[in-house]
Design a protein around this ligand. Structure first.
Ligand SMILES: C[S@@+](CC[C@H](N)C(=O)[O-])C[C@H]1O[C@@H](n2cnc3c(N)ncnc32)[C@H](O)[C@@H]1O
Length: 175
């Protein structure tokens, strides 16, 4: 069972992400994934909302971003970040696994810097597999894991196959 980190650690993480995003804007990463206006995106483990906010800007008013995190402080931080940018297409979900979304309703699921921390990666993958459209993409990156670890942790569950390895991300599609 995963547990939210304490707020002080979360704030320090936020500071680290702020510097990270200055060095490499998250838009560069999301453009690689092919997120388009009108897309429905789930940002699983949204943290401070770095990716959710940029994804919200890319998908525009006809799209939607579901920003999910186990940590209520992450949810609050992401909501505030979305408000600050004037985005009304970001909905937050406080959960450790289930999204409450409809079957096959999502174009892209982001799993960034979160795979390494999941105690039940299989359950999370089952949920993301359920909500992704048949041609949907599970986009993964995790600098805590080596390439082989990322690929094996996803493919060994048997729900996704590696479609493409980009400069920043790994794109998996449903089997
Ligand atoms: C290192 S942060 C990454 C945040 C964000 N994806 C980014 O890269 O900017 C990992 C996030 O995953 C969340 N998390 C960890 N386990 C989770 C779970 N089982 N369900 C939902 N969120 C989880 C943590 O609370 C944290 O906000």
């Amino acid at each position: 069972m995963d547990k939210p980190v304490v707020n002080l650690f979360f704030r320090l993480m936020g500071l680290h992400f702020w510097v990270r995003d200055l060095i490499l804007p998250r838009e560069k990463i999301l453009r690689e994934v092919g997120i388009q206006p009108g897309h429905i995106v789930v940002d699983f483990g949204c943290g401070t909302g770095s990716y959710s906010v940029v994804a919200g800007q890319i998908v525009g008013p006809s799209g939607k971003v579901y920003a999910l995190d186990i940590n209520p402080f992450a949810i609050e931080t992401t909501s505030k970040a979305a408000q600050k940018k004037g985005l009304s297409n970001i909905e937050t979900i406080c959960s450790d696994c289930t999204t409450g979304l409809k079957n096959e309703s999502v174009d892209v699921a982001l799993l960034y810097d979160t795979l390494h921390t999941l105690s039940e990666p299989q359950a999370v993958q089952q949920e993301l597999h359920r909500v992704l459209k048949p041609d949907g993409v599970l986009s993964v990156s995790d600098h805590h894991l080596k390439q082989e670890q990322i690929i094996s942790r996803i493919t060994e569950v048997g729900l996704f196959k590696l479609e493409e390895k980009g400069k920043y991300t790994y794109s998996f599609t449903k089997i």
